[in-house]
Ligand binder design. Structure first.
Ligand code: SAM
Length: 226
């Protein structure tokens, strides 16, 4: 049974998707999609040999060899230009997702949709999207096993909407209808910011810049929670 997190990621793919799942681990997501949707096909990319082997095993186990191709390699290096229409990158930090996108930029020219599920640092992904012609068209936030996850969907457009710093932090769509999970996340983030601010205040070295940054974010968090 696929996690609710990955089922939700999968729900943002269109019918008959032709996609790459980068950092696929066991290739559970592409196998799930291709079992449900006979027209779908996928490339599962893995940089590490262990997960690469596990991915091949899962594909074999489900008899999906003609639907899911597992490739060993770093980030978007495993795909050719024109090969896929959607890219999924899930279950990693936002900074890593951002660097995978940035390093493989030239492979994305024909990729209409990127579905990202950063575990932390979501704003890095949003900033990259905005700077690289991907407009955020959908976002969701969910809780599973005590963790809160965000999923961000970018669509290739001529001119993406410019987002404010606050929208980059909270998510332009998540901010529009704040859910229970949104409040849970940002209450916990408020605690974290307050703790960091207190630590910085007692630090010997001059941390004024960081302090200003966290104070600004804390103010925004207070605003959205109000
Ligand atoms: N995408 C799956 C999910 O969301 O459940 C697996 C997430 S797992 C925590 C992260 C996977 O990404 C690992 O299997 C790791 O080997 C792989 N990975 C990390 N950096 C990568 C890169 N630069 N290119 C391809 N795969 C990478």
């Amino acid at each position: 049974n696929l996690s609710e997190r990955l089922q939700t990621v999968a729900s943002f793919l269109p019918q008959g998707a032709n996609f790459a799942d980068i950092g696929s681990d066991h290739a559970y997501l592409p196998c799930y999609v291709c079992l449900k949707d006979v027209k779908a096909s996928a490339i599962a990319g893995e940089v590490n040999e262990g997960p690469f082997n596990s991915a091949n095993e899962t594909v074999k186990q489900f008899g999906l060899e003609d639907k899911v191709e597992v490739r060993l390699g770093d980030g978007l290096q495993v795909i050719k230009k024109d090969e896929v229409d959607q890219v999924v990158i899930a279950g990693m930090g936002g900074a890593l997702i951002r660097s995978i996108l940035e390093d493989g930029k030239e492979k994305l020219e024909c990729v209409e949709t990127i579905i990202a599920q950063p575990n932390v640092d979501e704003s890095s992904v949003r900033k990259w999207f905005m700077a690289n012609h991907y407009e955020i068209v959908e976002e969701t936030i969910l809780e599973e096993n005590g963790h809160i996850y965000e999923i961000i969907v970018g669509r290739l457009v001529e001119q993406p909407k410019q987002l404010s710093e606050k929208e980059l932090l909270f998510g332009p769509i998540l901010l529009q209808h704040k859910t229970e999970e949104f409040f849970l996340k940002w209450k916990s983030e408020r605690e974290k910011r307050s703790r960091v601010i207190n630590q910085l205040k007692t630090a010997k070295s001059d941390q004024q810049e960081k302090l200003n940054h966290f104070n600004k974010e804390l103010k925004w968090i207070e605003e959205v929670l109000a």
